[in-house]
Design a binder for this molecule. Structure first.
Ligand SMILES: [Fe+2]
Length: 292
C-alpha cells in the first residue's frame, strides 16, 4: 500500500525489523538509508520489501559527497536509481557536505567551506544527481563543529545559495540548525528565518546530547528537545504541513518509544496547523463577504 507522504514518519532501522512485522507502528511513512539496501539480499532485502508493501518510502543517502572533490560515481548512481524506482521513492535526499576524498570514504559528513566556489561546485553536482536519478533531490543542512577556512558566507546564506543555484529542495534538519546555532553563538530563530523556507520539502527532527563543555553533540540518541519542537511549530505555522522524520540512530530504543516520539512531534504539527488555519480564517471570511 502506498500513499502520499505527509505527517511524521520514522526511519527503517535494523534494530526494529522484527517489531515492524509483529507490531507495525501507526506512522504514515518510513525513511530508508539506501546504502543499507543497495546490492543487499537476505534479511535487509526482505525487511525493505515488506516495509514498502505497507508504507510509502523516502530515501535519505549518507555517502553521495555532494560537495566533494571526487567525480560522481556513475555505477553507484545507477544502482541507487534502481533501488529508488523499486520502492517508488518520490525524491532523494543527501547531505550538504563532503564524505570522501581520493576514493576513500571518510564515514563522516564534513562541512564544506562557505565559499562561492563551493556553492557553484555543489549546485552543479546536485543537478547531475537529480538528472541521473530522474527525480527531485533535496539537500540536508548538516551539523559542523568547526568552520572550514576560507568562506565569507555564513551557513544560512550558503544553504540558500546552493539550493537556489541547484534549483533543488531543502531537507531542513531543525535539530542540526539548533545545534549549529547554539555551538557557534547564533540565535536559532534568526537562522530559521534566514533559511530558504520556500524550498523545504522535508524536515528532520532528532535528539542531541550535551558535552561537558556545554557544546551540543548531534548524536540522534535522545528525544527531540523542546526548543527544537518550538522551531518546528513556528515552521509549520509559516509554511504549512511538511513531511517530517523523527530520527533515532544511536542507543536505539524499542520501536514503540520511537513511535511515541514521532507522535509527540505530530501533535506539535497538528496544533501548529490549527493555529495556521485560525490565523488565515478571518482573511478567507472577509474575501467571501466581499464577493457576496
Ligand atoms: Fe537529519
Amino acid at each position: 500500500m502506498r500513499g502520499s507522504i505527509d505527517g511524521v514518519g520514522i526511519g527503517l532501522r535494523r534494530e526494529h525489523y522484527d517489531e515492524l512485522v509483529a507490531a507495525p507502528p501507526d506512522v504514515p511513512w518510513l525513511e530508508i538509508i539506501p546504502e543499507n539496501y543497495i546490492d543487499r539480499g537476505g534479511r535487509d532485502a526482505r525487511a525493505l520489501a515488506e516495509a514498502a508493501e505497507r508504507w510509502p518510502i523516502v530515501a535519505h543517502g549518507v555517502s553521495m559527497s555532494l560537495g566533494g572533490p571526487d567525480p560522481l560515481d556513475r555505477d553507484w548512481l545507477a544502482s541507487l536509481a534502481r533501488l529508488l524506482d523499486a520502492v517508488d521513492a518520490p525524491w532523494y535526499s543527501d547531505h550538504l557536505c563532503y564524505a570522501a576524498i581520493d576514493g576513500i570514504a571518510l564515514h563522516d559528513l564534513l562541512p564544506l567551506p562557505f565559499t562561492e566556489e563551493a556553492v557553484e561546485h555543489t549546485a552543479a553536482r546536485i543537478r547531475k544527481v537529480a538528472d541521473a536519478l530522474q527525480r527531485p533531490v533535496a539537500v540536508e543542512n548538516i551539523t559542523y563543529y568547526a568552520r572550514m577556512p576560507g568562506g565569507r558566507l555564513d551557513e544560512p546564506d550558503f544553504v540558500r545559495a546552493v539550493v537556489e543555484r541547484a534549483d533543488c529542495g531543502l531537507l531542513l534538519d531543525l535539530s542540526n540548525l539548533y545545534v549549529n546555532a547554539r555551538n557557534h553563538g547564533r540565535d536559532p530563530w534568526d537562522d530559521l528565518a534566514r533559511m530558504p523556507l520556500h524550498r523545504v520539502v522535508q524536515v528532520h527532527l532528532a535528539g542531541f546530547s550535551v558535552e561537558h563543555d556545554g557544546r551540543l553533540l548531534d548524536d540522534h540518541g535522545a528525544p527531540t528537545h523542546d526548543d527544537v519542537l518550538d522551531l518546528y511549530a513556528r515552521l509549520v505555522e509559516r509554511i504549512g504541513s511538511v513531511p517530517t522524520l523523527f530520527e533515532w540512530d544511536t542507543r536505539v530504543p524499542p520501536l514503540a518509544v520511537v513511535g511515541a516520539e514521532a507522535a509527540r512531534a505530530d501533535a506539535v504539527r497538528r496544533a501548529a496547523l490549527a493555529r495556521r488555519a485560525a490565523a488565515q480564517a478571518p482573511a478567507v471570511a472577509l474575501r467571501w463577504e466581499a464577493i457576496a
